[in-house]
Write a protein that binds this ligand. Structure first.
Ligand code: PLP
Length: 418
């Protein structure tokens, strides 16, 4: 019964140091967030001890009466949140949700067509080293060279030529809304199923601040830990007719015992995502991203070759285009890191630099909005980022401004350790 600090001081130190890092820096990785204390509590709980293969009321293990309640709550809450007929809350991660969804929809050797990885798609949408690229034939659509946006007529022409069995809508790095009705109509025209992976923008959909893919898609998958700010994990939504196939492709198709502690934490996260406070937070997420995009389009920044892909954003992230800048993605990421702002470098479409270097940055606002940032703070953050991306930045002075912002918006206040 000894505490972690006694049993394993090295790991206790990792937790302590990571908490300090999260507190003292500004987290702007677009796929990250801070799970609320209540979610951490559910996740770090005795439910991790329980085996519960199967589904609520139909388990292969005894003693599931309490975890059944947690899973049923998670299912009912996420269905209500997104207006879905069916939900599976067992996927351990977004990638596993996607593997199960594809396995339910098509057979190995059939064709999928999603946004290319180089243009903002995800590994699980057909990258050749991923299961999706190994098991399925892959065709990819891309953004237009001049606008860096999708042109749905070109996606349609490609779908007609490629005849995929599944069309994938969804992205990891694309700053605009997708036209789900157009994707549906293309899928119908070519006889394909439509799968939407809303991992990035699910929190915005939950808050009614982004079009919902649910009415248009056969299957929708998501992570729970990005804009939704729940525990690290996945979820699948669909029309009821898909229930049997999806359930059996999650368990036993992809997974064994569900992570009941994580499922309980998902239930809590879905409850929070239905609240007025959550919606107000997502509004600040969007406002922050717009403020940063606008600042980075100022003349003093663009004269150094820095620009914003698509000229703005509709979502929680900004894609900075450094193709015409002397700074590459790696250098820009390192410079921001040196003032205490964490982002990730990201390839931009037709990137001339290698994938480990890149010519882009992906900057997201969800985690800072969770910390309480609003328009005033995001304006200050935008100013700091703009200064860093211009030559001759005063790193020391900018670091002090970052530290002040971090101190003014304490993370997990009242908790000295975790
Ligand atoms: N789908 C999309 C669109 C993503 O951006 C990600 C994660 O980055 C995933 C799926 C995979 O999620 P996970 O990292 O939980 O496997």
């Amino acid at each position: 019964n000894a505490p972690l600090s006694e049993v394993d001081p090295e790991i206790a130190a990792v937790l302590e140091n990571e908490l300090a890092r999260q507190r003292d820096t500004l987290e702007m990785i677009a796929s990250e967030n801070f799970a609320p204390r209540a979610v951490l509590e559910a996740q770090g709980s005795v439910l991790t001890n329980k085996y519960a293969e199967g589904y609520p009321g139909r388990r292969y293990y005894g003693g599931c009466e309490h975890v059944d309640v947690a899973e049923s709550l998670a299912i009912e809450r996420v269905k209500a949140l997104f207006g879905a007929e069916y939900a599976n809350v067992q996927p351990h991660s977004g990638a596993q949700a996607n593997a199960a969804a594809l396995a339910a929809m098509i057979k190995p050797g059939e064709k999928i067509m999603g946004l290319s990885l180089a243009h903002g798609g995800h590994l699980t949408h057909g990258m050749k080293l991923n299961f999706s690229g190994k098991l399925y034939e892959v065709a990819a659509y891309g953004v237009e060279n001049d606008t860096n946006r999708l042109d749905m007529e070109r996606v349609r022409e490609q779908a007609i030529a490629e005849k995929p069995q599944v069309i994938i809508a969804g992205w990891s790095a694309y700053p605009r809304h997708l036209d789900f009705a157009a994707f549906r109509s293309i899928a119908d025209e070519v006889g394909a199923l439509l799968w939407t992976d809303m991992a990035h923008f699910a929190g915005l959909v939950a808050a009614d601040l982004h079009p919902s893919p649910v009415p248009h898609s056969d299957v929708v998958t998501s992570t729970v830990h990005k804009t939704l700010s729940g525990p690290r994990s996945g979820v699948i939504l669909a029309k009821q007719e898909w229930a049997k196939k999806l359930n059996s492709n999650v368990f036993p198709g992809q997974q064994g015992g569900p992570l009941m502690h994580v499922i309980a934490a998902k239930a809590t996260a879905f409850k929070i995502a239905g609240s007025a406070e959550f919606k107000e937070r997502q509004e600040r997420v969007l406002e922050g991203a717009r403020i940063i995009a606008e600042r980075l389009m100022g003349n003093d920044v663009t004269e150094h070759g820095v620009s914003v892909l698509t000229g703005g954003t509709d979502v929680h992230l900004v894609l900075v285009d450094l193709r015409h800048s002397e700074l590459d993605g790696q250098q820009a990421e390192d410079l921001l890191h040196s003032v205490g702002i964490t982002v990730n470098r990201n390839a931009v479409p037709n990137d001339p630099r290698p994938p480990m270097v890149t010519s882009g940055l992906r900057i997201g606002t969800p985690a800072l909005a969770t910390r309480g940032f609003g328009a005033t703070e995001f304006t200050e953050v935008a100013e700091i980022i703009a200064s860093v991306l211009k030559p001759g930045a005063d790193i020391e002075a900018l670091s002090a401004r970052v530290s002040r912002l971090a101190a003014d918006f304490p993370l997990y206040p009242g908790h000295e350790e975790w």
